[in-house]
Design a protein around this ligand. Structure first.
Ligand code: NAI
Length: 487
């Protein structure tokens, strides 16, 4: 695969889709555009609609086709916050945009800002959280198993892990960083979270200049609070990254000043982390810092490093001096309107701050992933059994009797019954709380001659005479290793 620079060299103006969004979105967008124009950014904006107004127009995805076309054409978007109005559509327009363009990488810089006082000020916090953005439990595949038991599938793919680890490495290289911390819950979820750990160990060998470490994600949360300065680039699956990137934002001033990028092969979308702040919308007092910082990531993405640096210095000088800040960050609590803050930043263009890290930014060398169906072969595959999930209000011993009777004459032996991951039959003396949802593990007595489907179907019919079963999972072995968790 070729490594291609993700940026477009700045020669003429670069067209960027601007989605002002909802609530304070149009205000912070206008403020950001003003600063970029004053700094001479070579950007031509193409305004596009998404969010509440799109829902009101009956567009269930929250973004009309013209907006999707604009992003597809330009490949770069700057986006204000979008609300999901209850009653018009149930999808999040944000999720739609991320999924349509497969923006798999969420990049969240976490850096101490001058003048923004936090309990961590002075510690020199400066790291990046790279969060996988499209897989994991956010695939949203949920099913009620019984009226009282819900299930959500956690989908983690090897290809998805490789993409996000390589993106984390590319971010580290682009910013001259030295260490990538892969943070997972592999100790508990050995197959799903463990996949990111394993892929991280493998893939990061290709980047000898980067130190690689693995950290269990709960300890990572703890370490981020205890000693946040140890982190450089961290990479996580979607939900862990969602939670810890917000925690990390809290270390340096909160969501109001946190920028982000959503990166994919086809498009990149930059946005503030905060929402539409409806309470202050239209009052002209919103803080545009988060969107402005996001626009600096965008400028670097399109290759305009000099303008990004100029604006970054002007913003830092403004924050340092503490004059003309919006109410949410004003030191005396006396905030000025957004427009006055913007004027102050523009007046400070050309001034240098000593607080901006001396960092040689380079374009993020994103891999261009081929559009194929990722297929991973195994040299051997065996089907050794099946887990059948059944609903029952009986106790495990009684269930074992009916299930053993059902399996009699079938190709299987009942070997175990579990409740929410704990073995409850054969009795191991635990004190497991019981609900009406059980996993019954049946193992083939002898390896099936064909694909095993006929035997499984026969078993399910037998079980179905006595029990309501919800779903099954095949128990397989790939390359001689068990491809399922133990009880
Ligand atoms: P929010 O981020 O809009 O507001 C939380 C608090 O922070 C409020 O007190 C608000 O006034 C303040 N705040 C946020 N940004 C600010 C800024 N730039 N300047 C000054 N104060 C600021 O979060 P909330 O209230 O949970 O969500 C409101 C709406 O935004 C919801 O409809 C939600 O779905 C949407 N949302 C959209 C996001 C996106 O488009 N990426 C992200 C988060 C929420």
């Amino acid at each position: 695969m070729d490594s291609i620079p993700a940026h477009v060299p700045v020669r003429s103006k670069v067209k960027v889709t601007a989605i002002p969004g909802d609530g304070i979105g149009p205000e912070v967008m206008q403020a950001t555009q003003q600063v970029l124009a004053a700094a001479g950014a070579q950007v031509e904006w193409e305004e596009a609609l998404a969010g509440a107004e799109a829902f009101r127009k009956g567009i269930a995805a929250g973004a009309p086709q013209e907006t999707l076309d604009s992003i597809a054409r330009n490949g770069v978007a700057l986006k204000g916050p979008l609300e999901t109005p209850v009653g018009y559509g149930e999808k999040s327009a944000n999720v739609t945009l991320r999924k349509v363009f497969e923006m798999y990488g969420n990049v969240r810089p976490v850096r101490e800002l001058p003048g923004i006082r936090t309990p961590f000020s002075g510690r020199g916090i400066d790291f990046v959280v790279v969060r996988e953005n499209v897989e994991d439990v956010y695939a949203g595949i949920e099913h009620m198993q019984t009226p009282g038991v819900a299930q959500c599938l956690k989908i983690i793919t090897e290809a998805g892990c490789e993409r996000i680890v390589r993106l984390a490495a590319a971010v580290a290289e682009a910013e001259g960083r030295k260490k990538v911390t892969v943070s997972t819950k592999a100790n508990i979820m050995k197959l799903t979270e463990g996949m990111l750990k394993r892929v991280g160990e493998q893939v990061l060998k290709d980047y000898p200049s980067l130190t690689h470490e693995h950290m269990i994600v709960d300890n990572c949360a703890h370490q981020m609070v205890i000693r946040p300065e140890q982190f450089d680039v961290t990479v996580m699956t979607n939900m862990n990254g969602d939670i810890l990137s917000d925690l990390a934002a809290g270390l340096v001033g909160g969501l109001g000043v946190a920028p982000s990028a959503n990166l994919g092969d086809e498009a990149a979308m930059f946005e503030a982390v905060h929402g539409s702040a409806p309470q202050i919308a239209g009052k002209g007092i919103a803080n545009p810092t988060a969107l402005l910082l996001s626009s600096l990531m965008m400028l670097r993405h399109i290759g305009d490093f000099a303008t990004a640096r100029r604006i970054e210095h002007a913003l830092y000088v403004t924050l340092e001096e503490g004059k003309d800040l919006t109410g949410d960050i004003a030191r005396d609590g006396e905030g000025v309107p957004t427009a006055a803050f913007v004027d102050r930043i523009i007046a400070n263009l050309g001034r240098e701050s000593l607080n901006v890290p001396d960092r040689e930014y380079r374009p993020i060398a994103l891999k261009k992933w081929p559009q194929i169906t990722w297929y991973r072969a195994a040299s051997t595959r065996e089907l050794v059994g099946v887990d059948v999930f059944v609903e029952s209000e009986r106790d495990p011993r009684a269930i074992s009797i009916t299930l053993q009777a059902a399996a009699e004459g079938s190709a299987f032996d009942l070997t175990m019954i579990g409740s929410r991951g704990a073995q409850v039959w054969p009795d191991v003396g635990g004190h497991t709380f019981l609900v009406d949802h059980f996993r019954a593990r049946f193992m083939f007595r002898e390896p099936p001659k064909g694909n095993g489907i006929a035997e499984i179907t026969d078993l399910l019919q037998r079980i179905g005479r006595q029990h309501n079963w919800m779903h099954i999972e095949k128990l397989q072995r790939f390359d001689g290793a068990d491809a399922y968790s133990k009880a």
